[in-house]
Design a protein around this ligand. Sequence first.
Ligand SMILES: [Zn+2]
Ligand SMILES: [Zn+2]
Length: 304
Amino acid sequence: MFEKKLEDEATTHPFVKFLWHIDSMGQRTTIIPKNATDRGLFLFMTIGIPFAVVWLGGVVLPYYHTEVNGTVIFHITAATFIFYNIFHNLLLVIRIDASGRTSFLPSVLKPGWGYCSICQVNYPPRSYHCHICDECILKRDHHCKFTGCCIGYHNHRYFLMGVIYIFIGALYGIYYQWDYVYSTINLPIVYFFLTLIAPHFSLMFGGINLWGVVVATLHNLGLVTLIMAGYILTIQVRAICRGQTQYEMKHNIRDYNITLNQNIIDIMGRRWKIAWLTPAVESPLKGDGCKFLKTNEYEPPKDI
Ligand SMILES: [Zn+2]
Ligand SMILES: [Zn+2]
């Protein structure tokens, strides 16, 4: 039942191990990932996202506008809203404990449950052990290398919304700075696109200067972010439509597909229609991460 992903298992730095525990509120005491690869990607993300905001607000926006007007206020408000949502959602992904440690896990093995010899606990259906997090995760979806933690029953909502807002932010940023990129590179259309593909060659042949390389590279980083977030979102949407976790998708397990509405509630909580606005909106989940309705057990609500 366990995934045999043992890579990087023993790379947890002793200091990170010392920091890493759960407080009385059931939240992680540190945001630093346990694993070396995860720490690199986490650093890239935590520097990259605020840098993008500073770049767009401090370089691109003053290029378009020399004085504050309604358009400037609109862009600043929209960017603040998107950045806040990315930051708060990802913080909650990391801080909320996705494991079963704070749940009551029975000492008797129930039907459909498994036993984890590493954690020495009985784990419920849809839960699996993560060898990087070194614990069993309730309704485990996958291990996210950018946040350095597993996505499971308790933090899936924040992961999904974090990725959606990164996608929106990348799309918005690329669209907003397009004119700036085009006028900075300032080449005929074919050479412009060739420069975006290989800015260093364009520099060697005198097509652009060093600033042009910086602008083209930042545009490309935005594009990579957009493609990656779009790819993750496509997988997530496909899984939500089928009521599956990533493990269940790989193994074609379709036992928990109810209706699209119920599948969304399973992740986003009962107040999903407004929960997307901000992670501060409370949206309680239906269960405890241990018991799940199966497709054949679902009875649609009857009209009275
Ligand atoms: Zn375990
Ligand atoms: Zn994990």
